[in-house]
Design a protein around this ligand. Structure first.
Ligand code: C5P
Length: 227
């Protein structure tokens, strides 16, 4: 069977990662969550003082990043890869509201994007990957055989993310989650470098009223025609 690259882009909290992970599991592909990479860089900056109350020190963060090791390792318990920062599993550390509030600022920095895009291109070189993010179909793999652009109603997205965070015991309000999501969408769409936009040849998937089962059925049919 022919191996392809599947690019999944879209707004925050649309369930891109869940969708991409499940698709990858069904067809035996590698799943790569590129948002986790931007989040890991943000965590690094917060921990090492390159991100503080006054904002992001771009030079300091870029210097830290040049020494940092960001990688994925498969976690059989989760059936997906966890992200590692300098050998430490930071998968659960990167999902909190503190990282979420700074990540769009970090992802707007050209030097950060350059480094992470390069890593992502290396990871996808052999094809057989499902990669989710904001610029996969437009920048990382403009020649991906299948591009999916995900979207969902903002109120539904906020509700889903709120349930996920409070389920993990994080103290947040629905308003806070909604605000973070709208701010991130705005920042991601309006940044100068690689803004979030649908690639011309991407297919839109609005999952506001779809179950993950329905999303998978839809995707597997498309993939079947391409492989
Ligand atoms: O996908 P997730 O919500 O975890 O991504 C976190 C942030 O990382 C996004 O809001 C965006 O600013 C940035 N990002 C990006 N390009 C990607 C993936 C994520 O700029 N390919």
């Amino acid at each position: 069977k022919k191996k392809i690259i599947i690019a999944v882009d879209g707004f925050s909290s649309c369930g891109k990662s869940t969708f991409a992970r499940e698709v990858a599991a069904r067809i035996g592909y590698i799943f790569i969550d590129t948002g986790a990479m931007y989040r890991a860089v943000t965590l690094l900056g917060l921990r090492r003082g390159a991100i503080g109350p006054d904002g992001v020190d771009e030079k300091a963060l870029t210097d830290l990043l040049s020494e940092a090791d960001i990688s994925f390792r498969f976690n059989p318990g989760r059936g997906a890869s966890d992200i590692y920062l300098d050998g430490e599993n930071v998968e659960s550390r990167i999902r909190g509201i503190e990282v979420s509030n700074s990540v769009s600022r970090v992802s707007s920095i050209g030097a950060v994007r350059e480094k992470l895009v390069h890593l992502q291109q290396q990871m996808g070189k052999q094809k057989g990957v499902v990669m989710d993010g904001r610029d996969i179909g437009t920048v990382v793999f403009p020649n991906a055989e299948l591009k999916i652009f995900m979207t969902a109603d903002p109120a539904i997205r906020a509700q889903r993310r709120y349930a996920e965070l409070t389920g993990k015991g994080e103290q947040v309000t629905l308003e806070e989650v909604m605000q973070n999501l709208l701010e991130r969408d705005h920042a991601d769409q309006t940044r100068a470098i690689s803004p979030l936009r649908k690639a011309d040849d991407a297919i839109v998937l609005d999952n506001s009223f779809m179950t993950i089962g329905e999303e998978l059925e839809w995707a597997l049919e498309l993939i079947g025609k391409l492989t």
